[in-house]
Design a protein around this ligand. Structure first.
Ligand SMILES: *Cc1c(COP(=O)(O)O)cnc(C)c1O
Length: 387
C-alpha cells in the first residue's frame, strides 16, 4: 500500500531537512553545557545566544525576552501560572479571562489555577465563527483581571483572532495579555510589537521544527514567577540545562517560517479554498467550522450532520488519507470537542467533525483525489452510524 496522504499538519509537521542538518552537530560534537565555564561550555553558550537572537529578530523583541521551554504546552503553562501568581502578589487581582476555544494547555491550566490556587476563571464566549471579538473582551475585563489569554489562531477550526485589537484593550487598562501562537506561527505575523502582546507562546513542531521544544516571549518587566525552579537558566524563569540541538532546530525552523511565509501561504491558500468550496458543495448536510476568511491558510474544517467523525477518520485512513477530527480526542471518545461545541453546533453536528490541514508536501493531485473520495465516505459514516 502506498503511504498515506498527510492532511494533519495542525497536529504536527515533519522536521525540515535543513533544520535537521543545523541540529545534528549539537548532539555529539558540540555537546557542552552552556552554563559551564570552560571552552566547550562557552561554545554552547554562544550557540544558545545566537539561537535566542534569531528568535528575537523573528519576534521583533529583545533577546532577553525569549525564554526557551520544552514545548508549546509548557510555554502556555509558564505564561498563565507565572503571570497569575505574579499579578496576584503585585495587585491582588485574581481573575483569569480566557476564551472558550483555547487549547487544553491554556484551558486546563486555568482550570487548575481555579481549583487548587484560588483564582477565578471567566470564560470568554466566541462568536459563531470562533472569534473573540473586541466588544466581548471590553465587557469582560475589570480591575480584578490578573491576565487575559486568547489564542492567535485556533488549532481545531482555524479562526484567526484580532490580536492587536484585543491586546490594545488590555494594554489600555494595564492587564497582561497572553496569546498562544503555537498554531499561528507557521503562517502569521509573530511581530510582538505589532501584535501588542505581553506574552506569546511558540512550539517548534508546528512549523517543521523538532518536537519537545518551544519558546515564550515575555515582555520586559512582567516579573513572572517561575514554575520550574532550580538553576538560574533562562534568566531565572525556567530551570534546567538548555537542550541546545532542539533550540537550534527551533530557531532555524522559525527563521525559515518567517522567510518563506509568503511562498508557503501562496502554495496552500488556493488548495484550502478549493477544499472548502468543493466539500460544502458536494457533501449534503455539511458546514464549515471557523471563519471563512480570517483563518489559517492551510486549514479547512467541517462538521457533517449525523455522521460519526471517528468512523469517518477510520474510513479516510483506510483509503489513504491521514486527517483528524476537530478534537484532540482519541478514537472512541463519544464526546464532541469543546472548541467545536463553543461555536454553537448541537451534538448531532459536532460529533461529525473533520479537520484537513495542508503543508509542504501537499500536491494538487492529493487534494483532487481527496475531494473525489470524501462525499462517499461521509455517506458511509452516516449509514453505518444510523443504519
Ligand atoms: C499544538 C498546540 C499546543 C501544544 O504544543 P506542544 O508543543 O504540542 O505542547 C498548544 N496550543 C496550540 C494552539 C497548539 O496547536
Amino acid at each position: 500500500m502506498k503511504s498515506p496522504v498527510y492532511f494533519d499538519y495542525a497536529a504536527t509537521t515533519p522536521v525540515d531537512p535543513r533544520v535537521l542538518e543545523a541540529m545534528l552537530p549539537y548532539f555529539s560534537e558540540n555537546f557542552g553545557n552552556p552554563s559551564s565555564v570552560h571552552r566547550l561550555g562557552q561554545r554552547a553558550e554562544a550557540v544558545l545566544e545566537t539561537a535566542r537572537e534569531t528568535i528575537s529578530s523573528a519576534l521583533n523583541c529583545r533577546a532577553d525576552e525569549v525564554i526557551f521551554t520544552s514545548c508549546g504546552s509548557e510555554s502556555d503553562n509558564l505564561a498563565l501560572r507565572g503571570t497569575a501568581f505574579a499579578q496576584r502578589e503585585k495587585t491582588g487581582a485574581n481573575w483569569i479571562l480566557c476564551s472558550r476555544a483555547e487549547h487544553p494547555a491554556v484551558s486546563k491550566t486555568a482550570m487548575q489555577l481555579e481549583k487548587l490556587h484560588g483564582f477565578q476563571v471567566e470564560w470568554l464566549d466566541v462568536d459563531e465563527t470562533g472569534m473573540v471579538t473586541p466588544a466581548a473582551l471590553e465587557k469582560a475585563v475589570c480591575d480584578k483581571t490578573a491576565l487575559v489569554s486568547v489564542m492567535a489562531a485556533n488549532n481545531e477550526f482555524g479562526t484567526v483572532n484580532p490580536i492587536p485589537e484585543l491586546a490594545a484593550i488590555c494594554r489600555a487598562q494595564g492587564i497582561p495579555f497572553h496569546s498562544d501562537a503555537v498554531q499561528a506561527a507557521a503562517y502569521l505575523d509573530v511581530n510582538v510589537q505589532r501584535l501588542g502582546v505581553d506574552l506569546l507562546s511558540l512550539g517548534a513542531h508546528k512549523f517543521y521544527g523538532p518536537k519537545g521544544v518551544g519558546a515564550l516571549y515575555v515582555r520586559k518587566g512582567m516579573g513572572l514567577i517561575p514554575h520550574l525552579t532550580g538553576g538560574g537558566q533562562e534568566f531565572g524563569l525556567r530551570a534546567g540545562t538548555q537542550n541546545i540541538p532542539l533550540i537550534v532546530g527551533l530557531a532555524e525552523s522559525l527563521r525559515l517560517a518567517v522567510a518563506e511565509r509568503g511562498a508557503r501561504t501562496a502554495h496552500l491558500r488556493p488548495l484550502r479554498d478549493k477544499i472548502i468550496g468543493s466539500v460544502l458543495e458536494s457533501v449534503s448536510g455539511s458546514r464549515l467550522t471557523g471563519h471563512l476568511e480570517s483563518r489559517l491558510p492551510n486549514h479547512a474544517s467541517f462538521v457533517f450532520k449525523n455522521a460519526d467523525g471517528n468512523l469517518l477518520l477510520q474510513l479516510l485512513d483506510a483509503t489513504g488519507f491521514a486527517c483528524s477530527s476537530g478534537s484532540a480526542c482519541k478514537t472512541g471518545n463519544p464526546e464532541p470537542s469543546e472548541a467545536v461545541t463553543s461555536l454553537g453546533f448541537s451534538r448531532d453536528w459536532a460529533l461529525g467533525s473533520l479537520r484537513v490541514t495542508l503543508g509542504a508536501s501537499t500536491a494538487p493531485a492529493d487534494v483532487e483525489n481527496f475531494l473525489q473520495t470524501l462525499p462517499g465516505l461521509v455517506e458511509k459514516a452516516r449509514v453505518l452510524k444510523f443504519g
